[in-house]
Design a protein around this ligand. Structure first.
Ligand code: HXC
Length: 257
């Protein structure tokens, strides 16, 4: 499939999706929405692909939802049309994916990065929910995911003042997994994605599912859910292979079964 607002490449078992509207700092409009959903669905359906990276340019991961597209919309357009509802589809991706963030990740851009399984940030990354300055609020999950990631104090401050948070603060606060020099971001993200892609795919999918369950369940339910998935992996050929490979002191070779 050909895309106009994103670039999609496959690098071995890794799919890299690059937001590509440089003239608008990768602002997220409806075309980006449609294409991202299609690209993530295609990645999930492709048996040769094991992990994805979502990234932007060096200056901007994404500077938010497209303000020029939203500017003239009425309440009926937004509420009636359930504006940007479809973005949740990227969180339905069952295989792991990483956001590689350089430069601005603001508003919808920050919200999109937070939909990733984890974020690797360049040391030039700036995260923020500046919607309040436009007399609106986060609308793609920012008030919820940011609060869960960094706690009420910082999330509330960011949503109320619109201030940006740099990469070092974002790592200390728990928003990003790792900060790397901006010039090494793509190489580091690829290394991480290749490490994930090298794991037995059913185990990777299960690990993602159980960590995400921590946000939706009580502790007891979450632990039970984890245990059932853990038990279930003993029905996979790759569990037999993984443990035999350890005992025989050789690398495992996964069938994905
Ligand atoms: C549309 C945008 C844009 C955006 C930047 N551009 N952000 N266009 N929507 N969100 C455009 C500018 O209009 C400009 O185009 C070009 O990109 C370069 O931007 P500049 O402002 O000239 O760059 P700079 O001076 O370096 O400033 C960078 C910036 C600033 C600090 C990131 O662009 C900025 O504040 N952007 C808006 C950030 C924001 O408020 N995001 C939240 C949006 S609301 P032209 O053609 O004019 O030169 C949101 C809601 C989410 O995300 C919920 C959805 C449901």
């Amino acid at each position: 499939m050909s895309y106009e607002t994103i670039l999609v490449e496959t690098i071995g078992a890794v799919t890299r999706i690059t937001l590509n509207r440089p003239q608008a700092l990768n602002a997220l409009n409806s075309a980006v929405l449609r294409e991202l959903i299609a690209a993530f669905r295609a990645f999930d359906a492709d048996a040769t692909q094991r992990c994805a990276i979502l990234t932007g340019s060096e200056k901007a991961f994404a500077a938010g939802a497209d303000i020029k597209e939203m500017q003239g919309q009425s309440f009926a357009d937004m509420y009636g049309g359930n504006f940007f509802y479809g973005y949740e589809a990227v969180t339905a991706t069952r295989k792991p994916w990483i956001a590689a963030v350089s430069g601005f990740a603001l508003g919808g851009g920050c919200e999109l990065a937070m939909m990733a399984d984890f974020i690797i940030a360049g040391d030039n990354a700036k995260f923020g929910q500046p919607e309040i300055k436009l007399a609106v609020t986060p609308g793609m999950g920012g008030s919820q995911r940011l609060t869960r990631a960094i706690g009420k104090a910082k999330a509330m401050e960011m949503c109320l003042t619109g201030r940006m948070m740099g990469a070092v603060e974002a790592e200390a606060a728990g928003l990003v997994a790792r900060v790397v020099p901006a010039a090494e971001l793509q190489a580091e993200a690829l290394k991480s994605a290749e490490a994930v892609a090298a794991m037995a795919p059913l185990a990777a999918m299960a690990a993602k599912e159980m960590v995400n369950a921590a946000f939706e369940t009580t502790l007891a339910q979450g632990i039970n859910f984890e245990r059932r998935l853990f038990h279930g992996l003993f029905g996979s050929a790759d569990q037999k292979e993984g443990m035999a490979a350890f005992v025989e002191k050789r690398p495992g070779v996964w069938s994905g079964q």
